[in-house]
Design a protein around this ligand. Sequence first.
Ligand code: N01
Length: 537
Amino acid sequence: MNSISDGKTIDAIVVGAGFGGMYAIYRLRARGLEARGFEAAADVGGTWWWNCYPGARCDVESLDYCYAFDEALLDEWRWSERFATQPEVLRYASHVAERYGLRDHFTFNARIDGCVWDEDSRLWTVTTEEGHTARARFLIAATGCLSKPHRPDLPGLDEFAGDVLFTQAWPQEGFDLAGKRVGVIGTGSSGIQSIPVIAQVAAHLTVFQRTANFTLPAVNRPIFPEYEAEIRADYLGHRRKILQNKAATVKQTIAESAFDLSDEEREAAYEDKWQRGGAGGIPVLFADSVTNPASNEQAANFVRRKIAEIVQDPEVAESLTPRDHPIATKRICLDTDYYATFNRPNVTLVDLKKTPIERVSATGIHTSSAEYPLDVLVFATGFDAMTGPLRAMKIRGVEGVALEHAWADGPRTWLGLMVAGFPNLFTITGPGSPSVIVNMIAAIEQHVDWIARLIDHMRETGATRVEAQDAAQEEWVAEVRRVAETTLYPLANSWYNGDNIAGKPRMFMAWLGGYPTYAERCEEIAASGYAGLELAA
Ligand code: N01
């Protein structure tokens, strides 16, 4: 058994060495706290460490997908492309770890398998599968929103004689798909990014699609030097400006409603955005795109027409055309040549709505109408999002109550930051916060700064225990739901709603009111002396 810090109690345990965990360690240690991180992977990077599949790339513009806590870091790091590749984002994470000496404060290859609160000592005891034990006043879960893989158990999968790969845990050393017959299951962001790249090397690629998804051209390219110079002239000012926007990225909305423009003007605006590409894409042009079904349908129809123009085979085009959910109510995908990939002679689309998978055999996948021989089977089947990573930590709060039990009907949090019944536990970008809806790194910085400030306040006032009040939590849960219900998001079967995991309670899991309203609420709470929280000496 490895006892961290020789069994001595430390101030904080941080779980995860992604952008959230790295910043938490940096911030807490800079305030003189003894904080230690645990990470299941072999190095820093979080989602960017695990998801090293071909084609993986960020869908927020590089100049904004980075920390802003240190102006010197902003100034010194140079991105090579508008949307950074996974290796480049990982290099950035590694640079940050190196620059601030963060690796020394993490234990890698250590997966948390228990977190128990002790009321008498007011401490968390954390254990790992590898046998570590650590004890701390605060437990900070920086476990990410999309880090617990969802791997469907297809009948016969064990018999498959080829290689089985998962986009969410791609081999770190890479995998040579050249000349292979590859099957990809799943057409979310991971599938849509990897399919065009795999198609370029595979002998044949068969894409097994259950639900057609909307995807828009990223139009990745080098960063325009004039644009970069403009931002770098006042990088922090630029960051402050984008934090005023709902998604904490550059504002792209040109009008409140799609119907503020004439039909011709609207079509021209969609076309212009299609050509320029970029984060959020066509649905972000009009503020009512995700609240007004008629506005949403305008954007959706534009994309549907594009699919029909690009994809040569009308039957394939129709299968690729999403018709069962409003555009952007499932996380919008950004791609490079996704639809055009289906014009390649070495690519086959299998529409699982028409011919479902029946089983896997030693040689490939059998649907209700055919057998597809494969050498490699790639699962791009997503995640048990938001709650999955937290539940996996096996957290036990006051009187031993399990987090799974407290969340049996869906996640209940206070601002996505704390959970009633689980004192001194903080969740970075937890369910109920803006998280996956906005620029994640901005959301992470806001959460960590807020948590660090609260811990400072506790040290100053001699408090050793903080817990969200039930009533305040219920109010927030209701507010998150109320805002979600003013939008079209609940209409989609999506991981946002927990629909992709059998038996998971259906509940929209993020704050849709935008980053600025959320950050303002957090500020007001801090200024009020932490209304909604119970602090005790
Ligand atoms: O996962 P997904 P993802 N049989 O859940 C299908 C972020 N991300 O990893 O829709 C057959 O979106 C499933 O079908 P259906 C981003 O936030 C970001 O692609 O459930 N198919 C779906 O097509 C994203 O939203 C980046 O019918 C099955 C697919 O698998 C989130 O991660 C890149 C199946 C899963 O899609 C998740 O994306 C990548 C089954 N049994 C990811 N089970 C960028 O920054 C599931 N599917 C760009």
